[in-house]
Write a protein that binds this ligand. Structure first.
Ligand code: PHE
Length: 341
């Protein structure tokens, strides 16, 4: 009988299983509920006493190597064989949860900006990204061949130079005013394109939110108060704002808007380049020519407009120092933005 055990040990050592069937055969013979090893154990009582020890040891050895071998074979042949609860897969384990996606930081920032303006009664307007010269430039008081057009490096469509990728969402202001009647109180979030070399600070596409408010008696103080409220909502109630004179063809007067640096509270740090202020938007009173171009009487109506880069706001809020991260789709970057700002 000892010989039988030795024989099985040899057989186990040599065993291979390349298919699920072969694995199952092995399993039934050496591991399953009624296997050859248990049969041998039940013979134990018939073994002469002086042989019991040796036989027992050998039999246990067989049992161990049979199990070890089985584990090895599973790795090779896969675990398709064991249907009888000897399977190595524990079906009672909870599944690995699917990871939930998260909103893109640009979407989170855009949603927050929309939320603040919606509470002030601004609606959200959308418009085309492929635009004609009139809506992107001419109606906005950019004179033909005027160097002001070069302020924004434009991608023109080769087959039709009258078509271009919009350089700002101001085109939506024109479309709105052309097709409607004042009052207008809207913001226009969207993607814009500029032919710029890609770097940590500039990209060939980015996102903007522009705003337009046209009605009777809209004045510069409405612009100031609206942007002041917005800045405090987004960056904290202690935020101060200042207006710096600037130039845009479509607004007169024009101003650049700075907020007091919310990181150092105006003391000076890396983010504000030690000035205590960071620029967040361009703005101004809508130029009378722009209103007239859209069929609105500038004697009767006035308006203000502003525009800001969403990437810029997100970079300030989240202390991100490279613009390229927003469009590289690296999930290690993206999955950090779970909440709202
Ligand atoms: N359209 C301007 C830009 O893209 C931003 C702006 C909008 C400035 C409205 C003033 C008023 O730079």
């Amino acid at each position: 009988m000892l010989d039988k055990v030795e024989e099985y040990i040899e057989e186990v050592k040599k065993a291979t299983a390349n298919t699920a069937n072969e694995l199952e055969e092995y399993r039934q013979k050496f591991i399953g509920r009624k296997n050859v090893i248990t049969d041998l154990f039940s013979e134990f009582k018939n073994v002469p006493n002086d042989m019991k020890k040796e036989f027992g040891l050998k039999l246990n050895e067989l049992k161990t190597i049979a199990q070890d071998k089985f584990n090895e074979l599973i790795d090779v042949a896969g675990d398709q064989g064991g249907a009888e609860g000897d399977s190595q897969i524990d079906l009672t384990l909870p599944p690995v949860p699917n990871e939930l996606g998260s909103l893109h930081p640009i979407t989170i920032t855009q949603n927050r900006i929309i939320e603040i303006f919606e509470r002030l009664g601004f609606s959200v307007q959308d418009g085309p990204e492929i635009e004609d010269d009139w809506h992107n430039f001419t109606a906005l008081n950019f004179p033909e061949n005027h160097p002001a057009r070069e302020m924004q490096d434009t991608f023109f469509i080769e087959r039709n130079p009258d078509q271009l990728l919009r350089t700002h969402t101001s085109n939506v202001q024109i479309r709105m005013m052309e097709h409607g009647k004042p009052p207008f109180r809207s913001i226009m979030p969207g993607r814009v394109y500029r032919n710029e070399a890609i770097s940590a600070r500039a990209h060939c596409f980015f996102h903007q939110v522009e705003g337009l408010y046209v009605d009777r008696n809209v004045s510069f103080k409405d612009l100031k108060q609206t942007l002041y409220h917005f800045s405090k909502e987004l960056f904290g109630k202690d935020t101060q704002i200042r207006f710096r004179p600037s130039y845009f063809p479509f607004t007169e007067p024009s101003a650049e808007i700075d907020i007091s640096c919310f990181i150092c509270k105006g003391k000076g740090c890396k983010v504000c380049k030690h000035t205590g202020w960071v620029e967040i938007a361009g703005s101004g009173m809508v130029d009378p020519n722009v209103l007239a171009n859209c069929g609105i009487d500038p004697e009767e109506y006035t308006g203000f407009a502003f525009g800001m880069g969403i990437e810029r706001i997100a970079m300030l809020k989240y202390a991100i120092d490279d613009l390229r991260l927003f469009s590289e789709n690296d999930v290690r970057f993206l999955r950090q933005f779970k909440g709202v700002i």
